[in-house]
Ligand binder design. Structure first.
Ligand code: FES
Ligand SMILES: [Fe+2]
Length: 432
């Protein structure tokens, strides 16, 4: 393991098999190293092709904290550039999305075409021969690749390709796209965004943590149960079952499977059972079966994973067509961008259900999300104001259930997914 430049500190000393040191959440120098060594080399989900259907369409996104610009060129190709003017380094596209065949910088109006070439410079005659235009096109992100329409980008010119990086997690993306009778999805053009004053890793440590739900979300689970079962005059949307399911007994979550995969990825089995199946309406099923055959349609709908983590950049819920991008902005500030996918060929009701689910479980107004955000912010304040301490990640250690190829199977209540994340984290951080 390499020693890096943080006060001569060996970052690997902050990670044990059974515990992590709280310094990793609050130290800006460690954050800088994460940006360079983890987010600087991983394949990060930046968007979906449906966000840029026509030449000149663009959306902004991030690789880690770095702003990037996804644009479809006049040649039909999708490219990813750093969202930075090559003149004085101003942000080129200020809006989250738009459409333009010429990108004009808001500072001094340097202008680029949709292929990123510099095509106009103000007072260009005063530069004489000192401005080689060809050197000042937009800087492209080193590698860009798509998997079933989802666009991933990688800052590093060398390293494993997207499919190697995803490995088994291609099935996570399949779990969304396969559900579309027309074998394609579009993302709703306006994503939900929220920020919390906490480290990005807190999100990844939370989203496969099944046992916090019955504690942290107990109040809302009880309220939802009252609506569903009590004499309350309110719509009984199936998404309420999501809240109630959070309060299932621990033995239920223990029985679920948690799957960990190389590169820090993981997911766990669904916990909604038959309670939440708005997609299995007759019309939808008939369309899916007509496209794929009856048996395959049943197989697709039977996939029941709750939350999938494609470490370190995105989280996925295929059954609810929700995808989240996690953008670390500072050591103590994180932005989460949430997309809802529309299944092409499915009845509109399927999409409406996904939107309602997203509002209930994933938006900044969701009572579930706000419970978690409050806890993240308190964790952050405490790790910043108290002395560094060891935080255990040993639940379920030594109790692996099985192995399938390069994947491990654990109990649904195990912290094996956190240990798996820190294996990937340590490996990335060790390489200069
Ligand atoms: S910084 Fe963009 S034109 Fe000057
Ligand atoms: Fe939660």
């Amino acid at each position: 393991m390499g020693v890096n430049a943080i006060d001569g500190l060996d970052v690997s000393q902050l990670i044990r098999k059974d515990a992590v040191n709280s310094r990793i959440y609050r130290d800006p120098a460690i954050f800088e190293l994460e940006m360079e060594r983890l987010f600087g080399r991983a394949w990060i989900l930046v968007g979906h092709k449906s966000q840029v259907p026509h030449p000149g369409d663009y959306v902004t996104s991030r690789i880690g904290r770095t702003p990037v610009l996804i644009i479809r060129g006049e040649d039909g190709e999708i490219r990813v550039f750093y969202n930075r003017c090559t003149h004085r380094g101003a942000r080129l596209c200020m809006m989250p999305s738009g459409s333009a065949l010429r990108l004009v910088c808001p500072y001094h109006a340097w202008t680029y075409d949709t292929l990123g070439r510099l095509i106009n410079v103000r007072l260009k005659e005063e530069y004489l021969e000192h401005l080689p235009y060809g050197d000042y096109g937009l800087r492209a992100v080193a590698r860009v690749a798509q998997y079933r329409g989802f666009i991933f980008a990688n800052k590093a010119p060398e390293g494993p390709g997207l499919l190697d990086f995803l490995g088994h997690m291609t099935t996570t993306i399949d779990d969304i796209v396969d559900r579309a009778p027309d074998d394609d999805v579009t993302v709703f053009p306006v994503p939900l965004r929220h920020r919390y004053r906490g480290n990005w890793k807190l999100t990844f440590e939370n989203l496969n943590d099944t046992i916090h739900a019955g504690v942290a979300h107990a109040v809302i689970a009880n309220a939802a149960r009252n609506v569903l079962e009590g004499d309350v005059d309110a719509p009984k949307h199936p998404a309420l079952h999501m809240m109630v399911a959070n309060a299932k007994p621990v033995s239920f979550f223990q029985a679920l499977d948690l799957v960990t995969a190389p590169n820090g990825h993981s997911y766990f089995g669904g916990h909604m059972g038959a309670n939440y199946q708005p997609e299995v309406g007759d019309v939808y099923f008939q369309r899916l079966a007509a496209a794929r055959g009856d048996a395959r349609a049943r197989e697709i709908l039977a996939v029941d994973r709750h939350i999938n983590l494609i470490y370190p950049g995105s989280t996925w819920q295929g059954r609810y067509q929700t995808v989240r991008l996690v953008h670390p902005l500072r050591v103590d500030l994180t932005e989460v961008v949430t997309f809802v996918c529309r299944l092409k060929g499915a009845p509109e009701g399927t999409f409406e259900n996904a939107l309602i689910y997203c509002n209930v479980a994933s938006s900044a107004l969701s009572s579930i999300t706000t419970d978690d955000l409050e806890i993240y912010e308190a964790e952050q304040r405490l790790s910043s104001s108290l002395e560094d301490t060891w935080l255990p990640i040993s639940r379920g250690m030594g109790a692996q259930r099985g192995q399938a190829s390069d994947r491990e199977l654990h109990a649904g209540t195990s912290e094996a997914y956190i240990r798996n994340q820190y294996r990937a984290w340590s490996a990335a951080m060790a390489v200069a």
